[in-house]
Design a protein around this ligand. Sequence first.
Ligand code: DBV
Length: 247
Amino acid sequence: MTLYQPFLDYAIATLQDRLALSPYPIPAGFESNTATTGKGKRTVTVHTTSHGYCSPKLRQIRAAHVQAGDSLQVLNFVIFPRLEYDLPFFGGDLVTLPGGHLIAIDMQPLFRDSPDYQARYSQPIMPMFERYQQHLPWGGDFPEEAQPFFSPAFLWTRPAQTEAVTTHVFDAFKDYLNAYLDFVEQAQPVTDPAQLKAIEAAQLSYIRYRAEKDPARGMLTRYYGAEWTEEYIHGFLFDLERHLQIA
Ligand code: DBV
């Protein structure tokens, strides 16, 4: 079973349909990786694949897809806008572990506390959020320090049934992605130097937080080693700092 393959297929098809999409380079050695764990009958193959795209307004659209049988499936999918736009990030963390499903879907704000920003990028999607929350209740237990990086429309849920993932979560993922692409269509480049500085600072603060606190670090290190994992995190998954250095 590859629970999140239809999510990835839908996302790529929709991006191709709605954007002028180009490939985003994946550093050599990070396109995919495979490890085997366990012994004898308990042997499990952990296969990770990377996917990367960009568009005129979106600096990096990337996914990491981890597949290792029914009890380990992960799709981490994030869109990083170019620094000329004040667009939020699209963030999807779809995680199935032996303990159950853990779902995070959001348009993660650059400026969480700005009423104007909320009015433009969160309020329009609140009705959608409220519709999904009826079927996908708040998942509880959430790191306090991560709060500033999420919007009021943050869908955070731990469905008990896999069926809720293939129905409600899949529908929510599609709707959030399409609503995000509506924002992308409308976005106009920012020209005010002070605002451009603020966007860069907010992007850096987000990416540094995520690289530092990546909840997958432990899992990836166990399967693929520390050297591969650190380079994957800083060289592909959360790579903005590297690209600012060459720019
Ligand atoms: N999460 C990633 C990447 C992953 C990934 C790149 C390649 O950012 C997977 C894979 N997320 C992943 C895994 C787990 C989580 C959990 C494997 C389970 C970790 C475990 O239980 O061992 C949202 N993801 C989580 C959690 C949250 C998120 C809150 C629970 C972790 C915890 O309790 O600490 N998405 C995640 C997050 C941000 C975000 C923290 C912060 C801005 O956007």
